[in-house]
Design a protein around this ligand. Sequence first.
Ligand SMILES: Cc1cc2nc3c(=O)[nH]c(=O)nc-3n(C[C@H](O)[C@H](O)[C@H](O)COP(=O)(O)OP(=O)(O)OC[C@H]3O[C@@H](n4cnc5c(N)ncnc54)[C@H](O)[C@@H]3O)c2cc1C
Length: 393
Amino acid sequence: MKYEAIIVGGGVAGASLALLLGQAGMKICLLDKGSPSKIQKTDLFKGKTASLNLASIDFFKKIGLWEKVNHSSKEFTNIEVWDAEGSSKIIFNAKDISRSKLGNIAHNNTILTALYDLLKDLPNVNRVENVSVSIIKEANESIDVQTDSGLSLTASLVVGSDGSMSSIRSLSSIPIRTWSYEQTAIVTLLESEIPIHDTAYQIFTSTGPIAILPVRVEEEELASLIWSADKAYADKLLTSEPAEFLRELKLKTESKLGSFKMREEISSFPLHQLHAKEYFSNRAVLVGDSAHTMHPLAGQGLNLGLSDVIDLSERILLLRREGRDIADKTMLKSYSDSREKVNLRMTALMEAFKRGFGSKNPWIKLGRNLAFDITSNNKSLKKKFIKEAAGIT
Ligand SMILES: Cc1cc2nc3c(=O)[nH]c(=O)nc-3n(C[C@H](O)[C@H](O)[C@H](O)COP(=O)(O)OP(=O)(O)OC[C@H]3O[C@@H](n4cnc5c(N)ncnc54)[C@H](O)[C@@H]3O)c2cc1C
């Protein structure tokens, strides 16, 4: 079967790209090794959440997704960051950048469900689930894809949106730089004694950062926990009784949000950093976590993945309108260079935060207290940080 593009990986990045290109009339095949279109109602509020910045929300509006996601998401207007090892705290407020909010937090499963609901109405997007790609073969003006289930497909371009362990990246021999953070992210849903309303909390502790984010679950306002903890400590937390786990969380958050109740089962994710040295090879190109995977501490991974999708789709659609090859090498190189620059800058920032706050060195501790004070008192620096987090350039 011949397509214009085959998108391998139907997570939020891949499915959004399929929707956008499908809406533009392109003939697309979207493959996934799982079945992201069949998320059960009971699983909608399980697993990871995403703090969507204003740029991602604008993109969701453009593809008609926002009206389906908005009602099950929660907006946040403040980000409060504090350092459990020091005395400093910074509050970022949407008003500082003359906006009414900084973003919305939604469960990944609710975003995926909304995406697949829209995709099912596009007859030009063929969805194939529960398959993996086993072989890709470059031809002169096309690329052939074979799946483990025996499907044989052809397209002008293959997009790898198949996450951190990308098969397209390895089948295309795209080299990477990677290392483990030696941390595990522990994720669950909480009810906090002191309601968090519209504030996203980020607490830096000696064993790793804790994010507590406001979420909406049906009509209830709860909190999403993303506790990135050093591996041995995380293993201990994961095997502890829920009451003990919640006691430890209260201790780590210095009782500022009171006690917690657990409202969902825990899931956990080993954390590593990964960056592809180039985002393409011949007729294969990467978007999202397959190109760059970073620490979740500032909630930017998916936002950057969606910016990849916006950038790549604009370039593909321009070439298509001009009747040119959508896998044009100059275009793919330019996409790769421009996205790598932005994504590497954010990765470096996350790395600096992670290392700076993980350190017990008294000079680094003093330095970060000073950095908190300087940022808090310097209006333009503060604005710069907020704009970066909100995805406003
Ligand atoms: C705990 C945690 C919290 C986070 N919070 C935030 C946040 O608040 N904000 C934010 O912006 N980012 C956040 N992130 C990052 C964000 O979750 C990821 O960047 C995002 O999910 C990546 O999306 P993706 O579509 O690129 O990849 P994925 O979500 O990994 O999707 C990949 C898809 O490809 C499929 N697939 C995998 N291998 C194959 C294969 N061989 N063949 C076919 N299909 C395959 C998978 O089944 C999956 O459907 C967080 C990450 C973690 C770990």
